[in-house]
Design a protein around this ligand. Structure first.
Ligand code: AMP
Length: 274
């Protein structure tokens, strides 16, 4: 595995490899969720590039940019074992100039739910993903369904900007009790971890209701809110279609049910695709 920190070194490393590139962008503090993307990309491509970059433009004022977990040494080991070919770990200076041209997330998909709570987050996310996709020259890039809104916006960007990369959606990886893995879970103590399970439990109870024939969004959300009472704050419970348009009733095969809430320090998000 070659580790590169600059754009020049990345281009140099890419010259030395031949074949179709699979790419997995991450912010590091890698866990089994990231690893599942990396392993799938390894299986499906000749060359595998992973990036680790905590992107400042997607953090809002007052968010945890400085406190975001960083585990470079462990991440390098994980990537080595996963047979990554090129690990790209750029500095902020390598990625950004001053006063740059920006990409804006669309008004509806980019400023509801996560985008309402974190206004501007998706502009910064799309900006860095565009840069990383262009730099990697990937044929395929892998994104987790865990960040459903991010995934849908990246797919829209690739379509609207006629980019040639294929975006591959990957399943959510959970711990044995159902908690969706996240780099921020390290902030949860034992009691908070138990209460954090209410997110996945709420999604399970929604799935059960749908399987039993209940399709009305309001009825399902009401039941989910009861389960979510164990969180400190429920931020949203939403039932949308795959383009993030709110649905009055579940459309099987075209629905995402999402929850977000605060338990202890971290904001947690989870969802299920139905
Ligand atoms: P992050 O480092 O949080 O920016 O995540 C990098 C990629 O890993 C994103 O595409 C995430 O959606 C994905 N990811 C994070 N957690 C999980 C998980 N538990 N299961 C599947 N993918 C995940």
């Amino acid at each position: 595995m070659v580790i590169v920190h600059t754009i020049e070194a990345l281009y140099e490393a890419k010259k030395a490899v031949v074949g179709s590139v699979g790419f997995v962008p991450t912010m590091g503090a890698l866990h089994q969720g990231h690893l599942s993307l990396i392993q799938q990309a390894r299986r499906e491509n000749e060359i595998l590039i992973v990036s680790i970059f905590v992107n400042p433009t997607q953090f809002l004022e007052g968010e945890d940019l400085d406190a975001y977990p960083r585990k470079d040494e462990a991440d390098i080991q994980i990537c080595t074992l996963a047979k990554v070919d090129i690990l790209f770990m750029p500095s902020i200076e390598a990625m950004y100039e001053k006063d740059e041209l920006c990409i804006g997330a669309p008004a509806i998909g980019g400023y509801i739910l996560e985008g309402a709570k974190r206004a501007g987050h998706f502009d910064g996310m799309l900006q860095i993903v565009m840069k990383l996709l262009n730099l990697s020259g990937a044929k395929r890039a892998y994104f987790g369904k865990k960040d459903a809104q991010q995934l849908v916006l990246v797919m829209q960007m690739v379509k609207h900007y006629f980019m040639e990369v294929e975006i591959v959606p990957c399943e959510i990886v959970r711990d044995s009790l159902g908690l969706a893995l996240s780099s921020r879970n390290i902030y949860l103590n034992e009691d908070e971890k138990k209460r954090a399970l209410s997110l996945s439990k709420a999604l399970k109870s929604a799935t059960k209701m749908v399987m039993a024939g209940e399709l009305e969004s309001e009825t399902i959300k009401k039941e989910m809110r009861l389960v979510l009472a164990q969180t400190d704050t429920i931020e949203y419970v939403a039932i949308v279609n795959r383009a993030f348009k709110p649905l009055e009733s579940v459309e099987i095969g075209n629905t995402i049910i999402l929850v977000a809430g605060q338990v202890g320090l971290p904001r947690l998000i989870d969802n299920i695709w139905i």
